[in-house]
Design a protein around this ligand. Structure first.
Ligand code: HEM
Length: 388
């Protein structure tokens, strides 16, 4: 059933398959790894100190792990260094995000009636521009980096779902990424700057600045996270709005709806469907024992539809109370970019609701990307009467 859920033909709607998996909140799979689908169980595992964030096979181990795969104390040191630089830079960014959204939509004012590909025209360029500006990646490099990010994130999916060609492309992309980031760091060394990369390089905290490898690995993580996740939040949100015209009409006049709406998208159709861990000790959970050394998949998107935690889990209800979704993970690895991603999605969805007169999906469901873990539409064509 897990393999079935990941098949591309089920990408537009994997949720019925997840519903069946939810009947057993923790289960061992045919390949020996474990799968957690229950909301309670995933939440417990995310916070359990007997769990490691390293989910890679011994043959996949990189030279240096990013903070996403690290455990304390190294995880906490790296995370602290990043948040110190990241959080102050995203404060007060809402106006700038608003301007970027306006510019991207204004590019379509001449078309009446028109068509917009919400992915290519808004959901992708917005977070890419923001993360590149924040980190200090020159605008002209965005295109190059975008194609790398695409190939690299496909590498997050289970290996047996990838083709030989994709695995080859992934290795090539890794080499290109290392070269690109080393060049970027060298230029920053020479030229300095006030962006996040410059901040990390000049970190004056007691731990001192990161070494060159940590710097490169951290930068790669932030760039990919900034490229490949928020795009799906905006696209999945647009899809939910266009499938619920009543909510679209409400958002047009009530901007306060944007906050709970985006939280419901993160529950109902989360951009990151799954995460992984490994067990550092035997762990008794849900009437079974995950043995020491086992690899564990956490199907966040299934936990978000767990009927033991959410009433009417398959209904898109922004007004639901206590929406403790798993869209940004939980525990010590909770998403660092959550505030930024929320702001981008709230602003983009509000602008779409206000500015598109009579929008309709040109295809429902839209075509989906190959990726199973960072899941979202490849394209999202929307027709409209006028751009207001
Ligand atoms: C971690 C989701 C946007 C940076 C995570 C995790 C999830 C997640 C589920 C936890 C992974 C795990 O526990 O294994 C998302 C979603 C996003 C988003 C749904 C957009 C809608 C961003 C952005 C950035 C970012 C824009 C940064 C620029 C990170 C980092 C971590 C992380 C650095 C690792 C934190 C740690 O290991 O301590 N994200 N993310 N994310 N996210 Fe995001």
């Amino acid at each position: 059933m897990f393999a079935h859920a990941l098949r591309h033909e089920n990408r537009a709607n994997p949720y019925p398959a997840y519903e069946r998996l939810l009947q057993q909140p923790v289960v061992q799979m045919a390949d020996g790894s474990w799968l957690a689908t229950g909301h309670r169980e995933i939440s417990l595992l995310l916070r359990d100190p007997r769990i490691s964030a390293d989910r890679l096979n011994p043959q996949q181990q990189p030279i240096r792990k990013s903070l996403l795969l690290e455990d304390p104390p190294r995880h906490d040191q790296l995370r602290h260094a990043v948040t110190q630089q990241f959080i102050p830079r995203i404060m007060g960014m809402r106006d700038h995000i608003d301007t970027l959204v306006t510019e991207l939509l204004d590019a379509h004012t001449s078309e009446q009636p028109g068509e917009l590909d919400v992915v290519a025209d808004l959901a992708y360029p917005l977070p890419v521009t923001v993360i590149c500006e924040l980190l200090g990646v020159p605008r002209e490099d965005e295109r190059l980096f975008g194609s790398l990010a695409r190939r690299l994130t496909r590498g997050l999916d289970p290996v047996d779902t990838q083709t030989e060609e994709e695995i080859h492309q992934l290795q090539q992309a890794r080499t290109e990424l290392v070269e690109y980031l080393e060049g970027l760091i060298a230029r920053h060394n020479a030229e300095g700057g006030s962006d996040l990369l410059a901040g990390l390089m000049n970190d004056q905290s007691p731990d001192g600045p990161m070494d060159a490898i940590d710097l490169r690995v951290t930068l790669g993580l932030l760039l990919i996270a900034g490229h490949e996740t928020t795009v799906n939040l905006i696209a999945n949100g647009t899809l939910a709005l266009l499938r619920h015209p009543g909510l679209l009409a409400r958002l047009r006049t009530d901007p306060d709806l944007a906050t709970p709406l985006v939280e419901e998208v993160l529950r109902y159709d989360p951009p990151v469907q799954m995460s992984g861990r490994s067990a550092l000790a035997d762990i008794d959970i849900a009437g079974t024992t995950i043995p020491k050394g086992a690899r564990i998949r956490l199907l966040l998107a299934a936990g978000n539809r767990d009927p033991r935690r959410f009433a009417d889990p398959d209904q898109f209800l922004p007004d639901r109370a206590d929406n403790a979704h798993l869209g940004f993970g939980g525990g010590i690895h909770y998403c660092i970019g959550a505030t930024l991603a929320r702001a981008e999605a709230q602003i983009a969805l509000t602008a779409l609701a206000r500015r598109l007169d009579s929008p309709h999906l040109a295809a429902d469901p839209p075509p989906y990307r190959e990726n199973a873990i960072l899941r979202g539409p490849e394209r999202l064509p929307v027709t409209f009467e006028r751009l207001l």
